[in-house]
Write a protein that binds this ligand. Sequence first.
Ligand code: PLP
Length: 366
Amino acid sequence: MDIIEELRKCRERDIPYSRVLSSMCTVPHPVALKAHELFVETNLGDPGIFVGTRELEDRVIRLLGELLHNKECKGYISSGGTEANIQGIRSARNLKRVRNPNIVIPKSAHFSFEKIGDILGVEIRRADLDENYRVDTSKVEEMIDENTVAVVGIAGTTELGQVDDIKTLGELAMERDVFLHIDAAFGGLVLPFMNKKIPFDFEIDGVSSITVDPHKMGMATIPAGGILFRSEKFLRALEVETPYLTSKYQFTLTGTRPGTGVASTYAVLKHLGYDGMREIVQRCLKNTRILVEEMEMIGFEPVIEPVMNVVSFHCSEAERIKEELYRRRWVISTIRNPRAVRMVIMPHVSEEIIKEFVAELKQLLH
Ligand code: PLP
């Protein structure tokens, strides 16, 4: 068989995005694809060779920084939210050298923090949530001690799209002189474009670093995560010497890394501008409301009133329903506490898809 034919056959077995309501990734914007193609050979691990690509990364970081209220922030485009979270906490740990470091995270944190505990050798302290599934800031306060190197707040939780009270966490971080990392991997490119303003970024004093992923709501090509630091000192805490490269130091986690995410992120942000991004986010929010209405009509109740385009519905048989849907080539996910089915209304999830999905779910229930 011709190799390309073989590849095509494998690719055809993938489930198309039009049947996927579980993913925080989406079909890249057409302009992102063009940009990706142009930069497919680039390696930002050796920036003295890819001088133009490196400059573009500075511009991307500036654009993201502007959006998140800090033009002067420093950072880079990573392999995703996991790497960005690792690097945020690694910076915090390196800046405060203690024998038994710990971090305080919400119980709702993404599983990347499990890896962080393991890789960085930091104890993970999980703070309880309040009745709205936001971290209970008084519990966070109780858990901070002299070995706490960072506190984490989440702007757009993976399961419910909830946003922690970052303002109070910021005050706490200032009072206790501790690093505050915000995981806005998903929400970072949703919240700035919502009508309701929910503060979560560098405008809050005390926020030291932010994860914000263009390969989620930024419609960039994978891989494109982002880590932003309030100022250079946080980034410098990650430096290692690179004796045989065109650069002297490297602060990224990976060595060889693609410039495609940089180019595709830049292309989308510049092409759409804030107005274009707002339009897409608003459409996702409208479709989320449509999904909630449709689901309510067949007896489902959302766990919380959706804050953004992530929504979970109470469901005692969540696992069985997920599996039955998967057999019909629909992909949703589930959460365990409370037992619920979860959906993410990404730009590829249109009103028609929602209606088709709910009709099939209704059939399956009867
Ligand atoms: N943080 C949050 C809040 C997420 O929802 C995710 C992924 O869904 C991540 C981090 C990890 O991102 P990635 O899968 O790009 O490493």
